[in-house]
Design a protein around this ligand. Sequence first.
Ligand code: PRP
Length: 193
Amino acid sequence: MGTAKGNEHKLWLYISGQKKYTLLAMKRLFGDKEIRKKVGLLAGQISRDFAGREVLLVGILKGAFIFMADLARKMTTPVKMDFVRLASYGQGTISSGKVRITKDLETSVKGKDVLIVEDIIDTGVTLKYLFRRLKARRPRSLKTVALLDKPSRRRVRFQADYVGFAIEDHFVVGYGLDWNEKFRNLPGIYVVK
Ligand code: PRP
């Protein structure tokens, strides 16, 4: 249950560890219409760039699954889809910068046009690692698309080929992005305050 006033949303959240509810305030950053428009623009640009070629979309679980589903349905070139799951070593929110693949692709990328699909780039560690790993498997081409980018948080140099929205250093949820696995299903993108 929650209330909404303009861009401000308040949601009751159950904290299972503490067995109590807490009121969470969120501010809408991008609504579903705005996201749909942006995804359509990205899909158009990507389809033009890959015209006449089949693209293998590689989604990074879990955050990218909604973006990838919408992007794929707006693309006009033939696509195939596969997913990887990555985990970073280290504890808490501070990543050690070391990443490993916990669920690999089921498709070979060799000789294919591959587009890595990511929900958000933060430090850049995840995408840089996956890019390097997939490049070594000799795809015909390898590009990246991220719906959101937080350039101010970068710890390693990485620039995606296609970016939806560049944002400030906010903690964002919705449209695939989570807070303790919650809120991935919100149709818009919200800043948790
Ligand atoms: C988030 C996000 C990216 C990654 C970006 O994934 O979905 O994959 O972090 O961070 P980086 O640029 O600092 O490497 P997360 O580990 O939260 O997993 P999830 O997608 O399953 O939510």
